[in-house]
Design a protein around this ligand. Sequence first.
Ligand code: ADP
Length: 260
Amino acid sequence: AAGMRLQLTAIPYGERGRLLLARDVSHVSRLEQMRRDFVANVSHELRTPLTVIHGYLELLEPDEVPALAPVLAEMRLQSQRMREIVEDLLTLSRLEMERQLPEEWVNMSAMLRVMRREAEALSQGRHRVVLEDEAGLDLLGSHRDLHSAFSNLVSNAVRYTPEGGVITIGWKQTPKGATYSVADTGYGIPAEHLSRLTERFYRVSSSRSRITGGTGLGLSIVKHVLNLHAARLDIASELGKGSRFSATFSAARLRKTEHP
Ligand code: ADP
């Protein structure tokens, strides 16, 4: 039937046989679609009122009642956080609906230099930022979405690394493709959390995350963008030593850079 979705599972049966199990999962994808639409609509509807609140908060001057200054500062901070969450949710909704992203050749040397500037701006001199740009390869994909994925990894590295740490941003050729990586010498992540990091709103420590900012949606966005580029995300981390996030792209998406 039109629009019907079947899930097929093959189960070993007898000596050499296979049992084919067909399950109607149409209702599951319908529910999933409803969930997606709901999140997208709510985020969209929240955008305007939040912008208005944020705008007025920026205009308020606490001069007349000095005691209000810290209250106002906190309100500005929280309204900014809410805006970031809504923007990230809208990004995720868009990525979930996307089947095929725009394809353009991204000059990765230029991209890495942008990443260094972003890292330095966020770090404000508290970390050393190192570039290892060795691949000499352009990457085929959506410039805007790759930029947002790569920059999420950079901002995490800065936010989860104490002062004096080193952030290394790399782009290297591998036997079957090329890998973009962000390594830090920060807090690290306990092994039992690694497999769940890319879930929406999943955070290892809520108390630390509150201080470091962020929405808990960054790695979900990274995961979606990489999926749409048929890339793999690997996470290696050691508690107290640091973490390394690497995205590996296949050779089909690469070409030699002509003007680095
Ligand atoms: P957040 O906005 O909380 O940073 P993310 O989805 O980007 O959301 O990351 C999810 C969680 O993964 C973070 O809350 C943090 O606990 C952990 N994490 C991500 N990157 C790093 C890193 N480089 N070092 C240590 N922990 C990290």
